[in-house]
Design a protein around this ligand. Structure first.
Ligand code: CA
Length: 253
């Protein structure tokens, strides 16, 4: 019973299955390129957050203690972290300080105990970007997360560049040397994901998880098909195959 004491009534909207992707429509296009880490030791609350974020189209990883969170935060690339402060092994404030000291700029939304104003002050002072007090409404967490990610990506200018390719996530348009490239929704997703993570190797499994984020029938083999089609449209050399590991696009200007 204690486990669900903090849990707010489920928000139907946030649990609703997202509509299928299509370029130029809706928030899923944007969310599906965003990877979020949820750090919460209370199982029911953690699952609630993971389900709501997944339902909103984010790719979500979860950690139940500070040690695991520290490992994931320092080895994986997240676009945002939702971090409970009271955690086993390593507490949330220590994590925020450690990550900031290590130069990690990932936006952090901390979850604080109700009425614990000192936690909010300490969280912000330590380098967190925003906070939500428990118990919270899921809508508020999602809205604050959207705002954090908007701010972070706004600083990057939005457009992704790689050699002669330019991808604008807001309009879902791709140009090569200034000429529009016509892509299907799946091709767009693959390209957008690779460009979003340019400079590092992305495995087939990771790609299939992201392009089929809301589907049940994932098939990593079809990734090869999309890559082959993409290469014909954007230039064979643009997407490098890293044997046995996956694909990579070079970091552009
Ligand atoms: Ca806790």
């Amino acid at each position: 019973m204690k486990e669900i004491a903090n849990r707010e009534p489920a928000n139907r909207e946030s649990h609703r299955r997202s509509p299928p992707f299509s370029p130029g429509s809706g928030a899923l296009r944007y969310n599906s390129l965003v990877r979020v880490l949820v750090v919460e030791d209370e199982p029911a609350l953690r699952e609630h957050l993971v389900a709501a974020l997944g339902g909103a189209g984010y790719a979500v990883d979860a950690a139940a203690d500070g040690e695991r969170a520290d490992f994931l935060g320092q080895t994986e690339e997240y676009d945002a972290v939702i971090l409970d402060l009271g955690l086993p092994k390593v507490d949330g404030l220590t994590l925020v300080r450690r990550w900031r000291d290590a130069g990690l700029a990932v936006p952090i939304l901390v979850l604080t105990a109700r009425g614990a104003w000192h936690e909010k002050v300490q969280g912000i002072d330590s380098g967190a970007d925003d906070y939500v007090g428990k118990p919270f409404r899921m809508e508020e967490v999602l809205a604050r997360l959207r705002a954090l990610i908007r701010r972070a990506t706004g600083q990057l200018g939005g457009e992704l560049r790689c050699g002669e390719l330019v991808l604008d996530p807001r309009s879902a348009r791709v140009t090569r040397n200034g000429v529009p490239v016509k892509l299907t929704s799946h091709e767009y997703r693959v390209l957008a994901y690779l460009m979003h993570h340019r400079g590092r190797v992305v495995s087939q499994t990771e790609l299939s998880e992201h392009i089929y984020a809301q589907d049940l029938d994932r098939d990593s083999n079809t990734v090869e098909v999309f890559i082959a089609r993409l290469r014909r449209k954007v230039g064979a050399a643009t997407i490098e195959t890293v044997r046995g590991l996956g694909y990579r696009m070079e970091g552009g200007a």
